[in-house]
Design a protein around this ligand. Structure first.
Ligand code: 4AD
Ligand code: MG
Length: 476
């Protein structure tokens, strides 16, 4: 059996007998099967001689059916393909009742396809997106391997809340209807599986820090979970995050690495996913045409990716960003839902998008945020007001990366935890890193689905992960 992409791209098979297997995308004129096996965006045209086919088999060649075909690969007479298979033998591996099979050869809405998430991979858009996703994941590992990083697997089940945001899913084996109780009547987690309260991790960072302070440069790339009730096009309850952590890196080194990393993985897909990106580029162009002129983006998908690779990210302190936003037209005309009136406010996605899409028109790295709006582990600046945080903001996406230099001074870290009401008992091991051989170190987290969204031009994050988990939805 040969993959369709090989037959379409390599000339040595012309004139030879080939065996292919795949799913019928369309069957026209009782003669032309468009077969797809997922190896390529393109279908292989397979021509059957219906006069020599049993009526029963002919009827079973319908959209969605799985076939095994043997025939001769020939140069195609028709337009639209360079080669085709003159079929000698057809075996129907699996039928697909045409009255019931949901994925018909017509345009389906993404909403409809989300309900068919187990079958949507058989469409051009989803197969293209998922091939790009797979290539990006490979590029991530390749980049870090080339840079000498070790890949570490941080735990999924943890007892700590890395982000201190309290948006965690509980992990328990206790009977929800009838949990054991303490004498005071509270749920007795001592009787739980781990003899303590545990949850799904929101980030592998804290554990990655321990490894950075021994292995040097490390990264994790795994699933993370957040029970935030955000029903947006950019939030998932289960998403994949890439988190490098580097000993002896200060914030500038961290920014340099993040920028080089993003450019590298985008370069990889430009080189290796041309066909899929061209298709997604055209898809986006069609979608843009349905929008009002003012909302259309100036660049096509591939040009956007090139733009990121070719241009330096703009780096500005939070304080400067606030000044820009304060004096911006939408702020003065009260167009922002959250007006920017004073230093210290958290930035909303409308502000981030204004900075990136309207003001700078390029990715922006914002740094030195107010300590009050950032996590406890970020390094306090000398001004005692700001921390060495950095967020990378992307056009169309908003926050792509969140990172920081870490607070390596024990006393300062303890004071920050205290100020944020974090119990040091659960994090003694984390404080130990500051007790024994502490060093400046830094890291960041990049939301993998947001990267896939940017790279594929998909508007909704639910369409770049196979089985999205969002509030009210964990089907499949
Ligand atoms: O900014 P966040 O919360 O940072 C951290 O978790 C740090 N511990 C990372 C680190 O320094 N090692 O999340 C990092 C990134 C965000 O910038 C965003 O791209 C993505 O993770 N992200 C989400 N992606 C999809 N759905 C969600 N609910 C997300 N929350 C964050
Ligand atoms: Mg963040």
């Amino acid at each position: 059996m040969i993959k369709i992409t090989t037959l379409l791209n390599e000339t040595e098979y012309v004139g030879k007998q080939v065996a292919v297997k795949g799913w019928v995308r369309t069957f026209r004129a009782n003669r032309f099967i468009a077969l797809n096996d997922g190896s390529s965006l393109h279908n292989l045209q397979c021509v059957v001689d219906f006069e020599n086919l049993e009526e029963k088999i002919l009827k079973q060649i319908t959209t969605g059916a799985a076939l095994s075909l043997v025939g001769t690969l020939v140069k195609s007479q028709g337009k639209g393909q360079s080669v085709e298979v003159q079929v000698d033998q057809v075996v129907v591996l699996g039928t697909a009742d045409p009255d019931k099979y949901p994925i018909q050869p017509k345009k389906h809405s993404f909403e409809f396809l989300r309900e068919q998430a187990h079958l949507r991979i058989r469409t051009n858009t989803f197969s293209a997106v998922m091939r790009v996703r797979s290539a990006l994941a490979f590029a991530v590992h390749q980049f870090f391997r080339n840079e000498g990083f070790s890949y570490v697997h941080t735990p999924i089940i943890t007892g700590s809340d890395a982000e201190g945001a309290g948006e965690m899913f509980r992990v328990t084996t206790l009977d929800a209807d009838n949990p054991p109780r303490t004498e005071e009547g509270a749920v007795d987690y001592k009787a739980d599986f781990f003899a303590k309260e545990t949850n799904l991790t929101v980030s592998g960072q804290l554990e990655a820090e321990t490894y950075a302070l021994g292995l040097g440069n490390v990264y994790t790339f795994g699933p993370t979970f957040r029970a935030e009730n955000s029903n947006t096009t950019r939030h998932l309850a289960e998403f994949w995050m890439i988190e490098p952590e580097m000993a002896f890196y200060e914030l500038e080194d961290n920014m340099d690495l993040a920028e080089a990393f993003i450019k590298s993985v985008l370069g990889y897909v430009l080189d290796h996913c041309q066909e899929d990106l061209n298709f997604l580029d055209q898809r986006l162009e069609q979608e843009e045409k349905t929008k009002p002129q003012a909302e259309r983006s100036e660049l096509g998908l591939i040009d956007r990716i090139r733009f990121i690779i070719d241009n330096e990210f703009k780096r500005i302190p939070y304080t400067d960003a606030i000044e820009i936003l304060r004096n911006s037209k939408p702020n003065k005309k009260k167009k922002f839902k959250f007006p920017v009136d004073q230093w210290g406010v958290d930035l909303q996605s409308e502000h981030e998008r204004y900075l990136v899409e309207k003001h700078f028109k390029c990715p922006v790295i914002l740094f030195d945020y107010p300590a009050t709006i950032k996590a406890f582990y970020m390094r306090l600046n000398e001004d005692q007001k700001t921390v060495r945080a950095m967020d990378i903001l992307f056009p169309g996406i908003g926050e792509m990366v969140g990172g920081s230099q870490r607070e390596e001074r024990l006393d300062v870290l303890e004071a920050r935890m205290d100020a944020q009401g974090i119990d040091p008992k659960e994090l003694e091991w984390y404080l130990d890193l500051r007790r024994y051989g502490t060093v400046p170190h830094s890291g960041f987290g990049l939301g993998f689905e947001r990267l896939v969204q940017f790279t594929t031009g998909m508007g909704n994050i639910r369409d770049v992960i196979p089985f999205p988990r969002t509030p009210q939805n964990a089907s499949f």
